[in-house]
Design a protein around this ligand. Structure first.
Ligand code: SF4
Length: 284
């Protein structure tokens, strides 16, 4: 075997390893006894390609851990993440003719996670089912739990003011949360609760197909972007989420505690307005 041939073969083997096909090429004798093996190969390669597509991001930003008090990882540039959530079609089952009504019916009187134990009402989401703009918080609070509607407490009133300052009405947008039941003592939703409930949010977004998703606070941003990086590292930047433009800004509850941050949030909202072609509400 010439040096060139050898180098070429080694290159192909490295490539096969990256696709997860290394064992197939190395153990071809064994594969001969399984005639169906070649048919299975494309499945392997799709999954492996998916992993490869998100690997750059995963390496830069390990999976989220909302309750973790560990110091954040070293700063990592999020740019590759813009390409990461490439869409549900390859990796998630699409539901034919899905609708918000059907999603709500599927949730039913949900007991899938432990948050059901203390809730009063499931808080599904409200607003325009064809909204160009969707706001997503982390989970219902006390007032929301009682009324069954997201963002109706003090933070909700501030969100309404923010929406109106953008020249919109609350009924123009859609508002929902990552988890549909109130976490006790208004704690952050836990990882298992988020992973159990967030598929409903994915379906809501797939049905509404908004032009812009505005994540309110770290929890929703970290969930959709699949990162555990602090929100301050990527707040105000644009990402692609399955065809929608996604931006993260601070949660209105944070603004109630820290009013000077309102100016930062307003800058983020102005970016949203620019994408949606909105004019700010004139001051009286
Ligand atoms: Fe079900 Fe979501 Fe409520 Fe958990 S938070 S009980 S998954 S609706």
């Amino acid at each position: 075997m010439t040096e060139n041939t050898r180098a070429g073969l080694e290159g192909w083997l490295r490539y096969a390893d990256e696709l997860g096909l290394g064992p197939y090429y190395r153990d071809r004798a064994a594969s001969k006894s399984f005639p169906s093996a070649p048919a299975a190969a494309p499945t392997i390669s799709v999954a492996a390609t998916a992993s490869a597509a998100s690997a750059q991001f995963s390496a830069a930003a390990p999976r989220r851990s909302p309750q973790s008090s560990a110091p954040e990882a070293a700063p990592a540039k999020l740019t590759p993440l813009i390409q990461a959530p490439s869409g549900p079609s390859l990796f998630e089952e699409r539901i034919e003719n899905d609708s918000l009504e059907r999603i709500r019916a599927d949730i039913g009187d949900c007991t899938r996670c432990k948050l059901h134990k203390a809730r009063t009402n499931i808080v599904f989401g409200v607003g325009n089912p064809k909204a160009e703009l969707v706001f997503i918080g982390e989970g219902p609070g006390h007032d929301e739990d009682i009324q069954g509607e997201p963002f109706v407490g003090r933070a909700g009133k501030l969100l309404t003011q923010m929406i109106e300052a953008m020249g919109l009405k609350r009924s123009d947008v859609y508002i929902c949360n990552v988890v549909k039941c109130r976490p006790p003592e208004n704690r952050l939703p836990e990882k298992d609760e988020i992973s159990t409930c967030s598929p409903f949010l994915s379906r809501q977004l797939a049905v509404i197909r908004p032009k812009v998703i505005c994540c309110l606070g770290a929890c929703s941003a970290q969930t959709l972007l699949e990162t555990n990086q602090g929100i301050s590292r990527f707040r105000g930047e644009w990402f692609d989420y399955r065809g929608s433009k996604l931006i993260a800004t601070y949660h209105p509850a944070y603004l109630l505690r820290n009013p000077p941050a309102k100016s930062e949030v307003w800058k983020d909202l102005q970016k949203v307005m620019s994408v949606l072609g909105l004019q700010p509400k004139p001051r009286r």
